[in-house]
Design a protein around this ligand. Structure first.
Ligand code: PMP
Length: 430
């Protein structure tokens, strides 16, 4: 494959934008090489500026559960362009999306639309702090909740490590109110609450972790979070930016039957346009301005185009059988990848929940950040590069999910598995 035009564009991009990209992981730094510049997409396929075709398992990092340019989403957007792009005033469309979200998610009674997942989590935590009149928050090591200062906290190796900023520019005083705990470990969480539970406003969690590869919750973990937070009067916040409308129409909260106080959404509810949302119990959401005193605002929040793309996406997802079909395709891919790895003599750790998959290049079962870090990222890089050369576009990092969409055909999945045979063989030689 030739990547000449992508190379030219990357050189230009680096002159004008830090690292040549508008979001770091796009830069392919973790796998070597350089990013491809994408020209267009259709269904499960994307095409780069050199004319190469790829089967896409990134799906814009999660939103494109219907694939690229789904005809119903495109048609709805075209119709919407005729009315205007933004008014900064209420529109009927916003009620429709809010209603769709409230009807879908068991724990959401009211919702506020924002423009990104980062805004959703940042605002939900402000609300939680205001509601509980407490300052501290607990997050889990390896879970990503956007780039708000107090959520950019890397936990050290110690189980009870207090917040250490993972980026310069985050004041230590800000980080000090964030406690990072190991995922899937209720004993540590109990110890944290026993120590300072009266000061903890909220626990925020990805109910299925999707930012350290894919790590499912252990049986009882989410129930334990619910029970401990309730006991201490802290709120439980589900960050369903990835899992919302992906794991089921009612998200992870429906799948695992858990009742969080607040829920954060993004990605799928914008159908590929910038959207986020946070919502939850009415008595908590009523604290949000202008109903209540907790300030949060947005010039473009709920703008007609993003809401339209989201609504069109949800309409398709709501049809009977969509999640069963997604599960069938995802299981097909997972089975094929596992067999291909085995044929190559590799013992790997595979995690999957619905259409979120991850192939970890480690023999250790991955249950948290520490075990995810046992993955051999050099082997992953070799696998990734081989897949890319064979026309399979995976997330350029070991610690990201592979997303299956409704647009992936069985034939494309089969081709992916064929490519994986070669790619695993290449990785096994590292
Ligand atoms: N929460 C989760 C679980 C995410 O995966 C992400 C982004 N990948 C975010 C929050 C932040 O969303 P955004 O990039 O839209 O700000």
């Amino acid at each position: 494959m030739s990547y000449e035009r992508s190379k030219e564009l990357f050189a230009q991009a680096r002159r004008y934008m830090p690292g040549g990209v508008n979001s770091p992981v796009r830069a392919f730094k973790a796998v070597g090489g350089q990013p491809l510049f994408i020209a267009r997409g259709k269904g499960a396929l994307i095409y780069d500026v050199d004319g190469n075709e790829y089967i896409d398992y990134v799906g814009s990092w999660g939103p494109l559960i219907l694939g690229h340019r789904h005809p119903e989403v495109t048609a709805a957007l075209q119709e919407c362009l005729a009315i205007g792009t933004s008014f900064g005033a209420p529109t009927e469309l916003e009620i429709e999306l809010a209603r769709a979200i409230v009807e879908a998610l068991p724990a959401v009674e009211m919702v506020r639309l924002v423009n990104s997942g980062t805004e959703a989590t940042m605002s939900a935590l402000r609300l939680a702090r205001a509601y509980t009149k407490r300052n501290k928050i607990v997050k889990f090591e390896g879970c990503y909740h956007g780039h708000a200062d107090f959520l950019l906290i890397k936990a050290g190796s110690g189980a009870l490590t207090l917040g250490v900023p993972s980026s310069p520019g985050v004041p230590a005083s800000t980080a000090a109110d964030t406690i990072a705990a190991p995922y899937n470990d209720l004993d540590t969480l109990e110890a944290i609450f026993a120590r300072e539970g009266e000061d903890i406003a909220a626990v925020i969690v990805e109910p299925v972790a999707g930012n350290m590869g894919v790590v499912p919750p252990r049986e009882g973990f989410l129930e334990g979070l619910r029970e401990i937070t309730r006991r201490y009067g802290a709120l439980l916040i589900f960050d369903e930016v990835i899992t919302g409308f992906r794991l089921s129409y009612g998200g992870a909260q429906e799948l695992y039957n858990i009742d969080p106080d607040l829920t954060c959404l993004g990605k799928i509810i914008g159908g590929g346009l910038p959207v986020g949302a946070y919502g939850g119990k009415r008595h908590i959401m009523e604290q949000v301005s202008p109903e209540g005193p907790v300030y949060q605002a947005g010039t473009l929040s709920g703008n007609p185009l993003a809401v339209t793309a989201g609504l069109a996406t949800l309409r398709v997802l709501k049809r009977p059988g969509t999640y069963e079909e997604l599960e069938r395709k995802s299981a097909l891919l997972a089975r094929g990848l596992a067999e291909a790895a085995q044929e190559a003599g590799l013992v790997l750790s595979f995690n999957r929940v619905g259409s979120m998959l991850c192939t970890f290049f480690t023999e250790t079962p991955v249950v948290d950040y520490a075990t995810a870090c046992t993955a051999d990222i050099r082997r992953f890089a070799a696998f990734f590069q081989s897949m890319l050369e064979q026309g399979i576009y995976l997330a350029p990092s070991q610690f990201e999910a592979t997303f299956v969409s409704l647009a992936h055909t069985d034939e494309q999945i089969q081709r992916t598995v064929e490519a994986a045979r070669k790619a695993f063989a290449a990785a096994s030689k590292i």
